[in-house]
Design a protein around this ligand. Sequence first.
Ligand code: 5GP
Ligand code: MN
Length: 326
Amino acid sequence: MWTDIDRIIASNQTFVITSHIHPDGDAIGTELALCEFLRARGKDATIINTSPTPVIYRFLDPGGMMRAPASQEDLPRITAADAILIVDINDWKRLGMIGDTVRTSPAAKAVIDHHPYQDTIVPTTVIDVKASSTAELMYDLITSLGGPLTRPAANGLYTGILTDTGSFRFGNTTPTAHTITARLLEAGVQPAAIYDFVYNQNSEARLRLMGRVLSDMTIAYRGQVAWIVVTQQLFKETGALPEDTSSLVDATLTIAGVEIGLIFVETAEGTIRVSLRSRGRQDVNKIAGALGGGGHRAASGAVLPGPLDDAIRRVTGAIEATMNAE
Ligand code: 5GP
Ligand code: MN
């Protein structure tokens, strides 16, 4: 499985590692583990991301090795790299500001991901949709190529598996995910400390925002669909940040009978980010796909033009059509 990537690693010296905009724990944990691995092998490796690193994941990078958010000064490094390794994403567009530079760089390129896609963007692609996370694949890569698996790398991989499995509760929580997690604990990962870094760092503003959006939640379609909305106005009133909206949508699915939960977030540019979550019976990847987005069966997303009311009508209309078609 790793032969081609092994060859790229062995035959090159300078590497750029990147992942999607709005990186999650899997993207960042995987990037840091790969960077540690390459550096331990004497390679010159740099992580460059379009988006800033969310505060809750900065503990993974105490040395500040990630270049995020990327600036114009980072672009020549992408053009000059021997190889670019793209993780947790297989889509030029979702690389954000650096996407065009990555695409046109003469560097050797490889993609490692666990999301389903129709097409590959580079010839060297390892996509395993059965993997819980890209971190799980990265564990396999690092150990298959003989390591080393350093403590910081293990922390990154654990964070990736922890967050992509929803703390070991989603359908992707497999025996493999647990087996790898056990190996990561043996490598020194401290689960309580990581949980505290990732999940117990709410700002007061985020909790105020949560309270406001939940009290204004809409429930429709015989109680099967619930959605919450974050406007720019609400960001201003609560002092919360866009990254504070991540995982707020999960609360909608805790309601008995709700099959699909949604959050609509109005961005500063006026576009609307929608995140869709399914209890399992409905495939929200199909719904997001029809709206120009993507993701997985149980968790997907898309970006729609504003205004907010139009976006809500479009998405909930698509959901109603899916549910009626059954
Ligand atoms: P979230 O709602 O947490 O941003 O994303 C949930 C899942 O949907 C993730 O697996 C993410 O990769 C995918 N996703 C979110 N937004 C988009 C989008 O605009 N386009 C595509 N293709 N996938 C998305
Ligand atoms: Mn992932």
